[in-house]
Write a protein that binds this ligand. Structure first.
Ligand code: NAD
Ligand code: MG
Length: 399
């Protein structure tokens, strides 16, 4: 019981069948008086979506894939309260529906940009796990959130940690709040100690076996190549409006400290907790209140020791590529994201070697002119061109 008398807040969950979707539904189920699932969206997993509809009885279920939508409508024909819609447009419309209070952005990839933007422009509280939209068009998304009065809250664990550590009156620019630097921790992924001479033979299964977090395939591969941390440096710079050279990355294999903020007076504040996405999700759902998330408190004595080391950029070249793109501007980060999405998908299909992920991204960035207009359409077109360009390089490498 939370003691509140008001009606539950209505939630639209984008990417309901994924890892973030699962964690979000777990937190929501702990607070039935407070939250209600109104919309669920997914790409093509009909069985899982049908199962979720039976449990949560949303008013609307949307599948991006039209064929999957038809199958879902048949599978849940006995649930009259749930309408089924299909297509990307319907997902973006659902995220902006007038009776929705909170949108959880848990889609993977830059395909999540349109619904994120729609939710922001409708002035919703938007919980952002989906980091690729910020990498492609973050400045625009942040400006729209300010213009439309949307509460855009990060649930990527490191960024949520920083959000928790910053003063309540923080505004991008930092000088007045005494904030000097932000630090994102990285686990180092499954290959922190693996002989780089064997990186060519890494299988998708090995890359997806993350030591500390259970996540979707794409972000697991990104974590293994450390591109995830590169995307997160871009995400932090955009989200908190801070210069790239004031965002540090430190490898912390236990993943118990998620983020740190260095203040001018010498204080360094850390946000800690067990590695479980339900913590940042619960934080942002209830913010500025705190609710139970089903996550055990850290037992520091049992933990005993925390380790920190500098990231090995020779072993993980994706981190430097992301920093270079960030220095070049939004079009370059859009291209970086597009090339990475194509390379990761090819790796997961077994068509590209793990050690060629960075090569394809570097080749794509070098082949393109990033001095393009910074509007939304131009950025989307630039990312699309990067995807096309990257697929040419991937085809050459897989020959
Ligand atoms: P996932 O692969 O487990 O789930 C992805 C979800 O997106 C699924 O529900 C899928 O149906 C949906 N989806 C995929 N393609 C789509 C499309 N074309 N149109 C509409 N929906 C589509 O991924 P995840 O691990 O839950 O990650 C989701 C996002 O959150 C990613 O951007 C990831 O970087 C970010 N994130 C995840 C975690 C985590 O712990 N999983 C942590 C931090 C950030
Ligand atoms: Mg993260």
């Amino acid at each position: 019981m939370n003691g509140r008398q008001s009606a539950p807040q209505r939630i639209c969950l984008l990417g309901a069948t994924g890892s973030i979707g699962r964690s979000t539904l777990d937190v929501i189920a702990r607070h039935p008086q407070r939250f209600e699932v109104s919309v669920l969206t997914a790409c093509s997993n009909v069985d899982e979506m049908a199962r979720l509809c039976r449990i949560h009885r949303p008013e609307l279920a949307v599948m991006a894939d039209a064929n999957a939508g038809g199958l879902l409508a048949k599978a849940i024909a006995d649930i009259p309260e749930t309408e089924v819609m299909v297509g990307d447009k319907a997902i973006a419309q659902a995220a902006a529906m007038s009776d929705i209070d909170i949108v959880v952005a848990g889609i993977v990839g830059s395909v999540g940009l349109a619904p994120c933007l729609a939710a922001v422009q409708a002035g919703k509280r938007v919980l952002l796990a989906n980091k690729e939209p910020l990498v492609v068009a973050g400045e625009l998304l942040m400006a729209e959130a300010r213009r439309c009065g949307a509460d855009l809250l990060p649930i990527d664990s490191e960024h949520n940690g920083i959000f928790q550590l910053l003063p309540a009156d923080y505004t991008p620019g930092l000088q007045s709040s005494g904030v000097e630097r932000l630090t994102l921790t990285a686990s180092g992924g499954p290959f922190r100690r693996r002989d780089p001479g064997t990186f060519a033979t890494i299988t998708p299964q090995e890359a997806c076996r993350h030591p500390n977090w259970s996540m979707g395939e794409k972000i697991s591969v990104d974590s293994a190549s450390m591109m995830n941390k590169g995307l997160e440096v871009i995400e932090a710079a955009r989200f908190f409006g801070i210069e790239a050279d004031r965002v540090d990355v430190v490898v912390h294999p236990q993943s118990l400290v998620h983020a740190l903020v260095q203040y001018r007076d010498g204080s360094m504040l850390a946000q800690m907790g067990n590695p479980d996405m339900r913590t940042p999700i619960a934080h942002a759902l209830a913010w500025p209140q705190r609710i139970e998330a089903g996550v055990k408190a850290l037992d520091l004595v049992a933990v005993g020791q925390l380790d920190f080391e500098a990231p090995d950029e020779a072993r993980f070249p994706c981190l430097a590529l992301a920093r270079q793109a960030l220095a070049s501007g939004q079009a370059a980060t859009a291209a970086l994201n597009g090339a990475n999405e194509m390379a990761v998908a090819a790796f997961l299909r077994g068509e590209l070697r793990f050690d060629r992920l960075a090569t394809v991204i570097e080749q794509t960035l070098a082949a393109m002119d990033h001095a393009v207009a910074s509007g939304l359409e131009a950025l989307i077109a630039h990312e699309r061109e990067a995807k096309r360009q990257a697929s040419v390089f991937i085809a050459e490498w897989s020959r």
